[in-house]
Design a protein around this ligand. Structure first.
Ligand code: SF4
Length: 223
């Protein structure tokens, strides 16, 4: 039986993107394949679960009351072998939060994933090279399995025009809703109002299926 290290499991409200406000059971997996400059998530330490143990654990929550199980991290897809065992037994809709770079791991697990919230990482923040090519391969895999997919772009004043151009190209080619999310510094928005407005206009002028959505859980002070 496979195992995975999990940082935390908690029942809360989705605070980002188009599913904002839905109650979800969050499973935060340890580890990530990239190292973003703005990452403020604690995902390095945790408890090792077998598939059976995780199935038992999630059944201690009121699953009837939640919209879906959110796989978050870190990068959940680095645990794709574990997910292949766990997901068919989860018994709820699966919402994957991913950095959108692990297309082969998605290929292995897509059958049991319902909604994909992927990040479009900016070169200026992720610095892993060929990031847009990795995103494109990931999106192609999601499309092959006809999965619901939207893309979130966390931005600040460092966003470059070529990053905007590449993000719009991907969105246009694959008809992906874009969510612009200003970077936060703790519970404060780390981007000026003027810059946010300019950035929204740059995107919407060329790609109207773009929305500005902040992290509402931080305003409500819920996790
Ligand atoms: S992909 Fe997400 S979890 Fe990984 S380093 Fe970047 S922000 Fe942190």
């Amino acid at each position: 039986m496979k195992t995975a290290q999990i940082n935390e499991i908690f029942d809360s409200i989705q605070g980002e993107g188009p599913y904002i406000g839905y109650r979800q059971l969050f499973i935060r997996f340890c580890g990530c394949n990239i190292n973003c400059a703005y990452c403020d998530t604690e995902f390095k330490t945790g408890t090792v679960y077998t598939t059976d143990e995780l199935v038992n654990k999630i059944n201690t929550y009121d699953l009837k009351a939640i919209h879906s199980i959110s796989l978050t991290g870190g990068e959940p897809l680095i645990h794709y072998e574990f997910l292949k065992e766990f997901l068919p037994r989860a018994g709820k809709k699966i919402y994957l939060e991913t950095n959108g770079t692990m297309s082969r791991a998605l290929e292995e697990t897509a059958e049991n994933i319902d909604i994909i919230s992927m990040d479009i990482k900016l070169d200026s923040a992720a610095k892993i090279g060929d990031i847009f090519l990795k995103h494109e391969n990931f999106i192609k895999t999601a499309r092959k399995y006809e999965k619901e997919l939207f893309a979130k772009i966390v931005f600040d004043e460092k966003i470059q025009d070529f990053e905007i151009n590449e993000s719009i190209r991907l969105a246009q080619n694959y008809e992906i809703p874009l969510i612009l999310q200003p970077r936060m510094d703790g519970n404060s928005i780390a981007v000026s109002t003027d810059f946010i407005e300019q950035t929204v206009k740059k995107f919407t002028a060329r790609y109207p299926d773009t929305r500005l959505i902040g992290q509402v859980h931080k305003f409500f002070n819920i996790r």
